[in-house]
Design a protein. Structure first.
Length: 478
């Protein structure tokens, strides 16, 4: 009897050890910075359907900035409801908050309509703000505990990059300091994921600082990574460009309560061969607004780059505002290119979706240089674009990205030195005004017109516009 009992115990232990030692997989479909690219959702849904057929417990996660950039979404009766409805239909499990989640709109009701979690650990809203977020979330995936920590970007003013009026009653903590508090949380999980809207370089710093993270699903910087991306201090980082050109299929192999292997596959959305028909019908419904088809101007040449559109906006500020100088932040224009031919209302509202007011400021040349220098934060990408003057930006030739600014210098349009003592009439948007009013003498005055309307008036007056000869930025290496 004792021999039989010992044999049975031995068999149970053998089976238990075998099961415990087996690898289990967690499969994740990850997006970031979708920016209301609803036209990509029929393919996105088909990708999710295909993966879910293979992996029924598929998690679908977003690293934030789900909204802003498409008027069919942003100007819907409940702003951004189309994205929420489509994300519900695809089966998203969770998202963190991006800075553009705080753009003008209806975030509290959107949260109530959402069938997925809003996960953000470094946001502290007042009760009046009506935001329903959780700092962390643990998902049960076939018995495995997959822990998610969410963080949103915070700028030097202590808030995400949005107009300060949009985050009244909300406090934020620095992402890096926040994540430090969750190491014990990771010990309770089989896999720990940071759902991050702070940018690729900051994600690398997170990985170097917190090796107990298994995976960082990143966003904010729109950095297209590949399957060849190396591990950073043992942490896998993933991210895609904005507006859903690709999504990431992530596989985490878990053995004995730890992640033993991890890999990422990047899937092209636009060329995916199938579409989800139900989602396609829903997208057609959301796009069915005749107002967006109205023609407001004509492009004699294609505007091939975002910068060319930046300068088009700056020129609208300059001429419609009867200003000496027009200034726009590089993030103030959200369209990447514009084809030759008719310019529609949808393209204008996609280019400028923020409902910003045009603002008049009277600034000295020295203050203008300070604005450009301070706002750029040493980055050519973040350097505001101008019209009415020429900006010469010198970048560090040793920088492989040619983005690190060494200096900027301003000239008049005829090549003369810029007078730093003269006072200039400047027209910009209310977001730029809010970002720089603390270090200029004139806080600015609203012109009682939205910047998108100013651009429409400019196109209506000219009729035809061209990308030729409007670039007021010169870049040199040193």
């Amino acid at each position: 009897m004792k021999s039989w009992r010992n044999s049975l115990i031995g068999l149970i232990l053998l089976i238990s050890t075998s099961v415990f030692g087996q690898k289990q997989e967690v499969h994740i479909l990850a997006t970031n910075d979708m920016h209301a690219a609803i036209d990509a959702f029929p393919q996105l849904a088909a990708i999710a359907d295909s993966l879910r057929a293979l992996y029924p417990s598929l998690l679908i996660l977003s690293a934030g900035d789900n909204r802003t950039g498409n008027p069919a979404n942003d100007m819907f009766r409940i702003s951004s409801y189309p994205m929420v409805a489509l994300m519900n239909l695809v089966g998203f499990n969770g998202t963190t908050l991006g800075n553009h989640e705080f753009d003008v709109g209806s975030l509290p009701p959107l949260m109530r309509y959402s069938a997925f979690d809003y996960i953000c650990a470094n946001i502290f809203p007042s009760e009046e703000a009506g935001l329903h977020t959780v700092p962390t979330k643990v998902y049960d995936v076939d018995g495995l505990k997959v822990g998610i920590i969410g963080v949103v970007q915070v700028n030097r003013q202590g808030r995400p990059d949005t107009h300060p009026d949009n985050v009244k009653g909300i406090k934020f903590s620095l992402p890096k300091n926040t994540v430090a508090k969750y190491e014990n949380f990771s010990h309770k999980c089989d896999a720990t994921i940071l759902l991050s809207h702070i940018g690729y370089q900051d994600d690398i710093e997170m990985a170097e600082t917190y090796p107990w993270l298994d995976l960082i699903i990143g966003g904010h910087s729109h950095t297209q990574l590949t399957a060849e991306e190396p591990l950073h201090n043992g942490v896998l980082i993933t991210q895609n460009k904005n507006k859903l050109p690709k999504v990431t299929h992530i596989t985490l192999a878990i053995k004995n309560g730890r992640v033993a292997d991890k890999k990422a596959e990047y899937i092209d959305v636009k060329t995916f061969p199938t579409k989800n028909r139900i989602v396609e019908v829903m997208v057609d419904y959301f796009n069915n607004n005749p107002m967006f088809k109205r023609v407001v101007g004509y492009a004699e040449t294609p505007f091939k780059t975002k910068d060319e559109l930046n300068f088009l906006m700056c020129n609208a500020f300059l001429h419609e505002g009867q200003a000496d100088i027009g200034i726009v932040n590089n993030g103030g224009v959200r369209l990447d290119s514009l084809n030759e031919g008719d310019i529609t209302m949808q393209e204008i509202l996609s280019m400028d979706p923020f409902y910003n007011d045009a603002v008049e400021m009277h600034l000295t040349g020295e203050e203008i240089i300070n604005i450009l220098t301070t706002y750029s934060r040493g980055s050519l990408y973040h350097l505001p674009r101008v019209a009415g003057i020429v900006c010469e930006a010198t970048v560090d030739k040793a920088d492989p990205y040619k983005d690190r600014l060494r200096s900027i210098k301003l000239y008049t349009l005829d090549g003369k030195d810029f007078d730093i003592h003269k006072t200039y009439k400047v027209v910009t948007n209310s977001y730029m005004q809010s970002a720089c009013k603390t270090y200029v003498s004139d806080p600015g005055l609203s012109m009682n017109i939205q910047t998108s309307a100013m651009l429409i008036n400019y196109l209506d007056r000219l009729g035809r516009v061209s990308s030729k000869g409007i670039n007021c930025l010169r870049v040199r290496e040193e």
